[in-house]
Design a protein around this ligand. Structure first.
Ligand code: E4P
Length: 217
């Protein structure tokens, strides 16, 4: 399973990238706003840092303007993935840009039928939002499972990019189900390494080691 990092914060991406944890990056208008950076500048910096796909989202809502924005974003770097919302105009944009050979991430997916139609429109990635479904008392991971089954039934090549990941358990579930990619905030990726028994065990080892009076170096 590939790890994308869901942020536009350069330092956080660089730290994880140095550890080989970053197979790609996803951004959205809210994350760009949070970074306080210019979209074209910060996206270029991310693309220079990371080899894998970097999603940059269009903000127009009508196909013609979305396509123009998508083409402009795609000029930033070879590894740009144009991100479009799952609307009818977004699907038109997806079809046009994917026919031009560009990678497209169709975002804001909340149903299996939306995922099906995005695959038909040539999406490279489909982004079902797990956390936002959980927020309204639905099970976001059930949607990942449904999409996995449907794509496998028909051999769709669109990659399932599980998004809106809020907890480490979301990551476990996505790996179990067979999502192709998860995109998670840096803090969730870092939490994957944490376990209270690791901390407790290390504390005990350190206490015993101090009693030996030894040093290694
Ligand atoms: C995905 O591409 C989105 O940027 C992101 O995962 C949304 O997450 P949120 O629901 O926590 O805002």
């Amino acid at each position: 399973m590939k790890f994308f990092v869901d942020t536009a914060e350069i330092d956080a991406i660089a730290e994880l990238n140095d550890l080989g944890m970053v197979d790609g990056v996803t951004t959205n208008p809210s994350l760009i706003m949070k970074s306080g950076r210019d979209i074209l500048e910060v996206t270029k910096e991310i693309c220079d840092l990371v080899d894998g796909p970097v999603s940059a989202e269009v903000v127009a809502t009508e196909a013609e303007a979305m396509i123009a924005e998508g083409r402009k974003l795609a000029e930033i770097a070879e590894n740009i993935t144009v991100k479009v919302p799952l609307t009818w105009d977004g699907l038109k944009t997806c079809k046009t840009l994917s026919d031009e050979g560009r990678m497209v991430n169709v975002t804001l997916c909340f149903s299996a039928n939306q995922a099906l139609i995005a695959a038909k429109a040539g999406a490279t990635f489909i982004s079902p939002f797990i956390g936002r479904l959980d927020d309204i008392n639905l099970d976001g991971c059930d949607l990942i499972e449904d999409i996995r089954t449907i794509y496998d039934n028909f051999g769709f090549e669109t990659q399932v990019l599980a998004a809106s990941i809020r907890t480490v358990n979301h990551v476990t579930e996505c790996a179990r189900i067979g999502a192709d990619v998860i995109t998670a905030p840096p803090e969730v990726i870092k939490k994957l390494a944490a376990h209270p028994l690791t901390d407790k065990g290390l504390e005990a080892f350190m206490a015993d080691w101090a009693k030996t009076g030894q040093t290694i170096l």
